[in-house]
Design a protein around this ligand. Sequence first.
Ligand SMILES: C[S@@+](CC[C@H](N)C(=O)[O-])C[C@H]1O[C@@H](n2cnc3c(N)ncnc32)[C@H](O)[C@@H]1O
Length: 404
Amino acid sequence: MTQVAAPELDASSALAFRALLTEPGRRLLDELRDLAPERELAAATRLRRDHPPELVSAAIGQARLRQRAAAKFGAEAERMYFTPDGVEQATRAPVAEWRARRLAALGARRVADLCCGIGGDALALAGAGIEVLAVDRSPLACAVAEANAAALGLSDRVTVRCAAVEDTDVSGHDAVFVDPARRRTGGGRIFAPEAYSPPLSWAVALAGRVPHAALKIAPGVPHEAIPAEAEAEWVSHRGEVKEAVLWFGTGAAHPVRATLLPGGHTLTGRARPAPAGPPGRYLYEPDGAVIRSHLVADVAERVNGRLLDPEIAYITSDEAHPTPFATAYEITDVLPFHVKRLRALLRERDVGTVTVKKRGSAVTPETLLKQLKPKGSARATVFLTRVANAPTMLLARPATDPPG
Ligand SMILES: C[S@@+](CC[C@H](N)C(=O)[O-])C[C@H]1O[C@@H](n2cnc3c(N)ncnc32)[C@H](O)[C@@H]1O
C-alpha cells in the first residue's frame, strides 16, 4: 500500500495519530484493551509515569473509540483505529460487506472508494477480493485508513491517496463508490444532496464515466431526486434503515430495492399504491427499508393483504404468511382512539407491559404510556394509527407468541 500525496488539512493530528502505531503506542493500546471507564483515570495516572502524557491521552482516546466502534465492526474493532468523526460516519461492516459483494458480483475488480474516511468501505471491498484506491482529503482519515488496512492484513489490496476526490483520475477502475460527507462542521446532518461534499450531481456525473457505480445517500432522500438511470437500494440492519445507495450500471430491471441485513433478504420492484381495507386477523409492520423504497404494495401482495389506510404503511391480512420483510402481529382488539377505553381494556386483560407503535397519529408513545399507567403481568402491543382515516387503536401480540 502506498500513500500518494498529503495536503495540509489536519496533518498535525495525523502525526499525533501515527505515534500510536509505534511500538510504545501499540503496547499502550494493548494494555488499555477492555479498560472499564471507571478505571480510566487510575490507568492514565499510572501510565503517565513511564510514557509521554500526549501518547497516553491518545491511547486512552483510541481505546474508547474502539469500544464504541464494536457496534459497527464487531470484534475486529479491537484491532482497528478510529477518529471520533470516523466512528460516526463509517459504514457498519455488514452493510459495507453487502455492498462489496454486490460490486464483486457485478465483476468489479478495481474500485475507487472516493471519500474513504477511516476505511469502513475500503476494507470491506478489499475483503471481497477487490483492489481498492481509497481517497480522502483528510490526512488524518488517510493515516487511519492506511493503519486499518495494515491491521486487517489487507494492505496489498488497498492504496490510500490523500487528495480531493474531484482531482482523482478514476480511469482504469471498473467501479467507483462514493460516500460523501453529510455532516456540517460542528455537528448536524445535511439533507440536501447538493450540499453533500462532494455534491450528488458531481457523483452522478462521475458514475456515467465508469462501468459501475454505487453512491451512498441519506435514506430520507426524496424519490424525485433519484436519477432515472439508477437503481435505488435502501438497506436496513436489524430493522434499522442505515443507508440508501444509488446503483449505476447494474442492468437492474427495477428502479427500487429493499435489502434487509443480516439475512440478506432483498426485494426489488416499482413503487406503486396498495389496496386498502378493514382490519383482518393480522397486522404486518413492514421493515423500514421496504417503507423507504415504497415497496409496501409488494409485501402486501405477498401476505395476501391490504393497507389499513391508503396513506399509512401498516398492512393487514386475514392470513398468516411469515415474511422477512415485515413483522407480523395478531390483532386482538380494534377500537377507536379513546384512552379511557384502552386503559379499561388493558386492565381487563391484566396487561402491565405495553409497547406502543404508531404511524399516522400525533400522540407520542411516552404521553400515552403516562396516561395509561398499565399494571399487570401480561404484555401487549398497541398500534396508534388510522383506519380508513379514523384515529384507531389496535391491540396486538407478536404473531409468533403462543395465544395468551
Ligand atoms: C461519510 S465519510 C466516509 C466514511 C467511509 N465510507 C467509511 O465507511 O469509513 C466522508 C468522508 O469524505 C471526506 N470528504 C468530503 N469531501 C471530500 C472531497 N471533496 N474530497 C475528498 N474527501 C472528501 C471526508 O473527509 C470524510 O472522511
